[in-house]
Design a protein around this ligand. Structure first.
Ligand SMILES: [Fe+2]
Ligand SMILES: [Fe+2]
Ligand SMILES: [Fe+2]
Length: 275
């Protein structure tokens, strides 16, 4: 199989992992605090590692990692249905991985696919178990339908964080400078924390997180990446600052201030790298 074909297959897998991460995280957030939500989040983190490995492999083969999100199995009336959807999503992944392992002859890519498949088989078992557990424990969707300014601001924050997670990951994969790569990855992880904090706060306030993103900067030159990243950080720091002054709830205010301060830190880190 030629290199371009392998890159195309790995990119399809990458898109699938992206969809799985968002599907599982939205379930974990919607279930609030609790053991099962934590375990689902841990599975989402394993999918993030898959995404990372696939992206690195794609770049190593001379390709560009896709930013598209693969199809998700949304819908379902409650936690039991969601867990059934997750079982199906794992099956959606396992089939192609098994096929590709037969087709791909590049030993490194084959080994990677086998490694990922083993995880998906294990997730498949976990979710099958969660179907029963959710029935037994009567796990519920704890989201509410509150939709005021606070909820809108938190959802705006989630949209921003999701966008920069993708942007910094993309920049980290494409960067050739080791320090830029390391910092981009580090800050992407920090943005994942922000997304989690905002989503958990939102559900705690009886809102419903909307996990969508806006346009991602796809620069590949160091200076262009850093300029785009500094620009978006400046905008968002100003917006968090403005929003915090508008809001009266003390806990939301302090969360937004904490995130704003970390965005200000990102601006300094990126500006140093640009020097
Ligand atoms: Fe995966
Ligand atoms: Fe999985
Ligand atoms: Fe952030």
């Amino acid at each position: 199989m030629d290199k371009d074909k392998v890159i195309a297959l790995l990119n399809q897998d990458l898109e699938g992992e992206h969809g799985a991460i968002v599907q599982y995280l939205s379930h974990a957030y919607a279930m609030g605090e609790g053991e099962m939500a934590c375990e689902i989040e841990a599975i989402a983190r394993e999918e993030m590692r898959h995404l990372d490995w696939l992206a690195e492999a794609i770049v190593e083969l001379g390709g560009t990692p896709s930013l598209k999100r693969g199809s998700m199995r949304t819908g379902g009336k409650g936690v039991v249905d969601w867990m059934k959807n997750n079982v199906l999503l794992e099956e959606d992944a396992m089939g192609p991985y098994r096929e590709q392992i037969k087709l791909v002859d590049d030993p490194k890519a084959k080994r990677l696919l086998q490694r990922i498949l083993a995880d998906e088989e294990s997730h498949h078992g976990d979710f099958a178990h969660f179907v029963e557990k959710a029935e037994r424990e009567r796990a519920v969707d704890v989201r509410g339908s509150r939709d005021d300014r606070v909820v809108q601001i938190l959802n705006w924050g989630i949209e921003h964080e999701y966008t920069v997670i993708l942007q910094y990951l993309f920049h980290s994969y494409m960067a050739t400078d080791k320090e830029v790569k390391r910092q981009m990855e580090d800050q992407a992880i920090n943005e994942m924390q922000h997304l989690g904090w905002l989503a958990e706060k939102l559900v705690g306030l009886s809102g419903s997180p909307r996990i969508e993103h806006t346009g991602v900067d796809q620069s590949t030159k160091k200076a262009d990446m850093l300029r785009a990243d500094i620009k978006i950080e400046r905008e968002v720091a100003a917006e968090y600052d403005r929003a915090s002054k508008e809001i009266t709830e003390a806990d939301v205010k302090s969360l937004l201030d904490r995130i704003r301060d970390q965005e200000l830190y990102h601006i300094e880190v990126f500006s140093d790298l640009l020097k």
